[in-house]
Design a protein around this ligand. Structure first.
Ligand SMILES: *Cc1c(COP(=O)(O)O)cnc(C)c1O
Length: 404
């Protein structure tokens, strides 16, 4: 079977190997240490520094996953019981489950043809309990952050950016993750850059940083050097990144902009070769600073999308697993670990978002950098594809569409 994964994982090389070997040679794999600590190579700290510089944010906390980063972000903002958080119905399940596990109530919102949250459908969902909006930069495409921030300001809401699928994307010249109050990144195998698993939180707010840090490390203040008794702000978890993961994350972050440049040029070529085809349009790209990890085609009808997918062995996005609320049985059935919860009397049901269902039923993902069947993108090109391979894939897509 062909390789699957995100573009970062396709370009693992000497750089990652060197950072990892540094750590192993030091035989010290814990993120904390000082100059006196024998073998300490501070890869996690270097990763945090490189990430925040790359993103243009004041603070960064490395974590074990995107999901943990979302949980730490919600905790940093003090979101919990009885608070409502507006989140799109098309996102990886972790955006919604992290809200549920924080004790808050997810309120599902429609997407538009950019496949990100529809800003025109947000205000109707706001109630006196609404505390935050969680825009998700889905499939590498930045959300319309100007409109979203305007709504948030007007209604005094917090904004948590889910950047898990859009590491490095920018909107109007500014990196995604620096518009809202706080943002979560993922480094799992299917993301723009990867350390196998892993994640990060970024923010420009010192208090949120300290709280996110504390939540990720038993309530501790940032960057302790040893065991400290007392001086903890609240109870936290252990979501600390280890040095081996930090080593790979560091090497990958250094490659981020080069990866994005390559993807954008390969995607432009593929898109150009398909631009005159009947029956399809492409999803709206909200900014040229998108990650270009995927090419999404929107067919005139659901039937055409399904017929196309029969030929490629894929599925329209509507059927692509835990990225669509209709397929999230744990959410629809409110299956939380605790017996009592705040969403007992709330209704989540299939087809409650007709605009989202209509768009996703007609949408098909073609891989450019992210090759992921679970995202409906098992077919297409990857970051290493040659010009000839791109032409072949385009010719195949052309032939199928012209035969529909
Ligand atoms: C991948 C992803 C997550 C979760 O990231 P993990 O690192 O797998 O925990 C959250 N939100 C979105 C939109 C994602 O795509």
């Amino acid at each position: 079977m062909a390789r699957s994964g995100g573009p970062g994982s396709f370009v693992f090389g000497e750089e990652e190997r060197k950072e990892v070997m540094d750590v192993l040679d030091g035989r010290y794999l814990f993120r904390y240490g000082s100059e006196e600590t024998e073998g300490y190579t501070h890869k996690v700290v270097d990763f945090e520094k490189t990430l925040k510089e790359t993103m243009g944010a004041k603070y960064a906390v490395a974590t074990t996953s995107g999901t943990c980063s979302l949980m730490a972000s919600l905790a940093a903002l003090g979101i919990g019981a009885d608070d409502e958080v507006i989140v799109p119905g098309y996102t990886f399940i972790a955006s919604i489950s992290s809200i549920m596990l924080s004790g808050a109530i997810p309120v599902l919102a429609e997407i538009d043809e950019s496949l990100t949250i529809d800003p025109d459908k947000i205000e109707e969902l706001i109630t006196p309990k609404t505390k935050a909006i969680m825009p998700v930069h889905m499939l590498g495409n930045p959300c319309k952050m100007d409109k979203i921030m305007e709504i948030a300001k007007k209604h005094n809401l917090l904004v948590i950016e889910d950047c898990c699928q859009a590491v490095g994307a920018s909107y109007k010249g500014q990196r995604c993750g620096t518009y809202g109050d706080i943002a979560a990144f993922s480094l799992n195998i299917f993301k723009t850059i990867s350390s196998g698993d892993g994640g990060a939180v970024i923010t420009n707010n010192e208090e949120y940083y300290e709280r996110a840090f504390g939540f990720h490390d038993q309530g501790h203040k940032p960057n302790r050097t040893g065991v400290e008794v007392g001086n903890r702000s609240f109870v936290g978890m252990n979501m600390r990144m280890n040095e081996l993961t930090g080593a790979v994350a560091l090497a990958q972050t250094r490659k981020l902009d080069e990866i994005l440049t390559t993807l954008r040029s390969k995607k432009a070529m593929l898109k150009e070769l398909l631009s005159d085809l009947p029956h399809i349009s492409f999803r709206t790209v909200n900014d040229e600073g998108e990650c270009a990890t995927l090419l999404t085609m929107i067919f005139e009808t659901k039937e055409l999308a399904e017929k196309f997918c029969e030929k490629t062995g894929g599925k329209p996005i509507a059927y692509s697993g835990w990225h669509v609320y209709n397929n999230m049985e744990q959410v629809l059935n409110k299956l939380l670990p605790a017996k009592t919860n705040n969403i007992n009397d709330r209704v989540y049901e299939k087809h409650m978002l007709p605009q989202t269902d209509d768009i996703l039923g007609r949408s098909v993902n073609i891989s450019v950098g992210v090759v992921d069947k679970g995202l409906g993108a098992g077919y297409g090109i990857n970051i290493l594809s040659t010009e000839e391979e791109i032409k072949n894939v385009a010719a195949n897509i052309r032939e199928i569409i012209l035969s529909l």
